[in-house]
Design a protein around this ligand. Sequence first.
Ligand SMILES: Nc1ncnc2c1ncn2[C@@H]1O[C@H](COP(=O)(O)OP(=O)(O)OP(=O)(O)O)[C@@H](O)[C@H]1O
Length: 258
Amino acid sequence: MNTTSHAQSDGVAVEVRDLRKRFGTEEVLRGIGFSVAPGEVFVLMGPSGSGKSVLLRHIIGLEEPDAGEIRIQGEPVRGPGVLDRYRVAMVFQSGALLNSLTVAENVGLYLSEHRLRPPEEIRRIVAEKLALVGLSGTEDKLPGQLSGGMRKRVAIARALVMEPQLILYDEPTSELDPLSARVIAEEILSLRDRIGVTSIVVTHDRDLAFAVGDRIGFLNEGRLVAVDRPDRLAHHPDPVLQRFLQAATLQASQEVRT
Ligand SMILES: Nc1ncnc2c1ncn2[C@@H]1O[C@H](COP(=O)(O)OP(=O)(O)OP(=O)(O)O)[C@@H](O)[C@H]1O
């Protein structure tokens, strides 16, 4: 974990305690617990249907757990005003950009909608955030004129506008080619290093997980099977985890061949 070079180190600590959630008869989260340190990049990896998105929705306060809780800086996330006090941003899988608005309007939407800043200042902030993700000069383009990777970076710039202390990424490299995926990985690391934000990244992209994770948690059937540094996780004895890692490696080598 990088804890030395943050320009502005106000990432928050996140703690998930014995989280349980059932939908009907299906027990989706079966007692999940882990902690994320301020400024850490924590990856949640696991097969489809293992509960990653449900867990993410709990962290941002969109779901109420049946048992257990999530704390940000020691405060329960569903407590009064907690999600207003701590700035938590989510980068959605789709990017969730509005296609009829320009890049600048999308990135500045949060500020303009809430009339938080005068237009001139919004323009300055938008330019600053686009520069942080390497997209200076794209202000007047429409999302439809950008590549998938660029749209994801616009979505990250939009998250940065609220000066987040915690960023949640939901499958940030889905539908991206390997080169664009690498740019996103570099972006996640650069933000950690430059603004000290805490990041939780949900993915089944093994390459992304190993590239950005200070630690990786492997989720299977609603249980956290392993939590460890990437170099140690690769040698973890859990058979499902090992099968998952081998399948991902095979898929990557097939992609290189095709
Ligand atoms: N609102 C809901 N109501 C009922 N079941 C749900 C709901 N949300 C999720 N589930 C179920 O919970 C399980 C875990 O879903 P989740 O979306 O968290 O998986 P995931 O690990 O994110 O999968 P993927 O990698 O495919 O996105 C699935 O069986 C899903 O059908």
